[in-house]
Each structure stands twice: as structure tokens, then as C-alpha cells.
Design a protein around this ligand. Structure first.
Ligand code: MRU
Length: 361
């Protein structure tokens, strides 16, 4: 049997080439093209252009990118090394604004460098510590997704219809995905879910990536346009919604791909539980509410011409193209984390999750 998309690493470090190796997600599903990114500019661009994308995956990619930057810093002087390393992490951090995993992973890398240098560790050893930390961040991502899968599966039953938006799948993480993790685990256990994947305008992550992944796994998946979600819910075909997220505020407001908040409103209307799958790296306790979450705005062409044979909007028309929206915490039934499911009130339950995380560290 040929290699399926699920047999590829979403991203990995090639030590021999000193490169971040990714699948170019902008080309899927038509073409599986593997990119070997060596320079900081290439890595920055790959994150910015969504060649590697999804909150956990961009954190993993940035961590590997930071290690590669450290390898290139040619000095034995710790102070000089730290200055140049922090310049490199700041540069990578500027590639996309909404997913907090990006800065979370880079702050972890900076912390490792700073603490080791403060202890008098040599630059060469610090670089090795950074390699280990980057690989640890990726390995933890896989374990976290497995845990989210197990907790998520407890919320549904065999034969359920599940709706998801965007791609919070294997391609958005190092493995399994977050919102798709319960689907993969259930599939392994013979749950026979019926999944509905929103196509997710304008970049079609649902059609190009989620539908592709789930089809490759042999999961029963039906692709729908975003404006069909209400119909499938009204028909009684959806028993739960699982989505990913890019940043969760302390009160449970959650930023995810544009259109997620509309799905949450529909789910509330039809009394369907709406679950946000959230690794703790996505929870931003420094942000009390979703009002301050920075929302990326992208190019007008994504709406007016991308994917179309010819331009589909009048030249010069005004556009508004936010890449994310914030779902109000009142619409979220629960956050599925690697430490269990947080239920309202989130000010308390998310802190409980953070306590469990600290205790297990
Ligand atoms: O713009 P993208 O494709 O990076 O957006 C991705 C999403 O919104 C995902 O749902 C989110 O990052 C969670 S991925 C596990």
C-alpha cells in the first residue's frame, strides 16, 4: 500500500542538513511536497504563509527554528550569544500573531538559554540544551494530543455525528491533532463516527487538510461548505462539535479559525455540545478576556481571487479578512485539555488545570 499523508511527519528536525523539514500544506491535497528550510527567513516565511500551520505545529516549528538559529551564532561569548539568540526568537515570534503557542515555545527556548548561561554553561552546551528542548516540545505535543484524544472520547458515543471546523488535525500538530484526536482514537476502537468537516473559507483548511487526513485514515467524513453547518445540525446529524484553538483567555473566551464562533452559536441554538480542544500551551493566563487577543488580518486576495479560475469580486471592492474569531466562553461546553475537561466557570476550572499542569511538571 502507498504512503498515506498520515505516515509523514508534519515537521521534523534534520540534524544532518541543519534544516526544519515540513510538508508544504499550501500544496495539499494535490501535491505532497517536502520542504527543507535552512534559513531563518525561510522558516519565518513558511509560518507566515501557512506552509506549516496550526497552533501546536507552529510552536514546534518555531522551537526547531530557534535551535537552528542558535547553531548559526558564531561566538563563545555567553552575553553576545544570548543577545543574538533573543533577536532570532523575536524575529520568529513576529511571523504570526494569534496562536500563543508560537511565543510560548519561543519563551521556553529563551528560558533554557538564559538559565543555562546564568549558571555559567558554555555556549556549545547551551546549543545542545536548546536542541533537546526543541525535540522535547515536539514530543510533548504528541503525548498531549493522545491525552486530549482519550479525554475527548469520553464525551461521545459510538455512531455519533461530529462536526469540526478548520484543521485541528495531525497536520496542525506533531501527530493525531487536537480536535481530531478523539476521532482517530474512536476509529481505532470501532466507534464508527460520522464526521462533518466545514470547508473553512477562505483558505479551505477543512476541505484541503481535514477531509484529506480523515479520508486517508478511513474515517467516514462528509465535507460541507461553512454555510451548511446549520442544516446538518437541524437534521439531527451532529451530536457534538470539536474544534481546536489558537489562544484561550483566562475567562474561557477562545480564539480559533474564522467562523468558529458562528459554529458555536449554531451549536448552542441546536443544543449540541461545543468542545474546544486546548493543550495547556494554548491557554494564555496573562489575558483575562478574549477582547485583547490579537487577530491576524490577511490579504484581500484570499477572498477575491484565491482558488477561483478568475477573480470573483469587483476590482477595488473593500474587503475584511480576519483569520480568526473569538468564541465567547458562554458558548463553550468544555475545554478538552491534556489534564482533563474544564467546565464552566472557566476562571476556576482553567486555574485547576494549570494547577494539575504545575504539579505534574
Ligand atoms: O490559520 P491556521 O490554519 O493556522 O489556523 C489553524 C486553526 O485555527 C486551528 O484550529 C488551531 O490552530 C488549532 S490546531 C490544533
Amino acid at each position: 500500500m502507498g504512503k498515506s499523508i498520515l505516515d509523514y511527519e508534519t515537521l521534523e528536525l534534520s540534524e544532518s542538513e541543519r534544516a526544519l523539514v515540513i510538508i508544504d500544506q499550501t500544496k495539499l491535497p494535490g501535491k505532497t511536497e517536502i520542504l527543507h528550510l535552512k534559513t531563518q527567513k525561510e522558516i519565518w516565511t513558511a509560518i507566515h504563509e501557512l506552509q506549516v500551520r496550526g497552533a501546536p505545529a507552529i510552536g514546534d516549528a518555531a522551537a526547531i527554528g530557534a535551535y537552528l538559529a542558535a547553531l548559526e551564532i558564531n561566538t563563545e561569548d555567553g552575553t553576545e550569544f544570548q543577545k543574538r539568540f533573543f533577536e532570532a526568537t523575536a524575529y520568529l515570534d513576529s511571523s504570526r500573531p494569534t496562536a500563543v503557542n508560537l511565543s510560548w515555545a519561543l519563551r521556553r527556548m529563551e528560558g533554557v538559554a538564559h538559565e543555562a548561561l546564568a549558571r555559567g554553561t558554555s555556549v556549545r552546551e547551551v546549543v545542545e540544551l536548546l536542541r533537546c528542548e526543541a525535540l522535547r516540545i515536539k514530543a510533548e505535543d504528541i503525548h498531549i494530543c493522545e491525552r486530549i484524544g482519550a479525554y475527548g472520547l469520553e464525551l461521545v458515543k459510538p455512531g455519533d455525528g461530529l462536526l469540526t471546523h478548520c484543521n485541528a488535525g495531525q497536520l496542525a500538530t506533531a501527530k493525531y491533532g487536537t480536535a481530531t484526536a478523539p476521532m482517530y482514537l474512536g476509529h481505532e476502537r470501532g466507534y464508527r463516527f460520522k464526521v462533518f468537516a466545514d470547508e473553512t473559507r477562505p483558505l479551505l483548511q477543512g476541505a484541503r487538510l481535514t477531509a484529506y487526513e480523515l479520508c486517508s485514515a478511513g474515517i467516514d467524513v462528509t465535507l460541507i461548505c461553512d454555510n451548511m453547518a446549520s442544516s446538518v445540525m437541524k437534521n439531527g446529524w451532529v451530536q457534538a462539535v470539536f474544534v481546536g484553538c489558537d489562544r484561550v483567555a483566562g475567562n474561557g473566551d477562545a480564539a480559533n479559525k474564522i467562523g468558529t464562533s458562528g459554529v458555536a452559536i449554531l451549536a448552542k441554538y441546536y443544543s449540541i455540545p461545543f468542545y474546544v480542544c486546548a493543550p495547556t500551551s494554548t491557554i494564555d493566563f496573562d489575558m483575562p478576556t478574549g477582547a485583547d487577543i490579537p487577530i491576524e488580518e490577511r490579504a484581500a486576495e484570499e477572498i477575491t481571487e484565491m482558488w477561483y479560475k478568475e477573480r470573483m469580486a469587483p476590482k477595488g471592492v473593500k474587503t475584511y479578512n480576519p483569520a480568526f474569531d473569538v468564541t465567547d466562553h458562554t458558548l463553550v461546553t468544555g475545554f478538552v485539555t491534556e489534564y482533563g475537561v474544564a467546565r464552566p466557570p472557566y476562571e476556576t476550572s482553567l486555574k485547576e488545570i494549570r494547577k494539575k499542569m504545575r504539579e505534574s511538571a
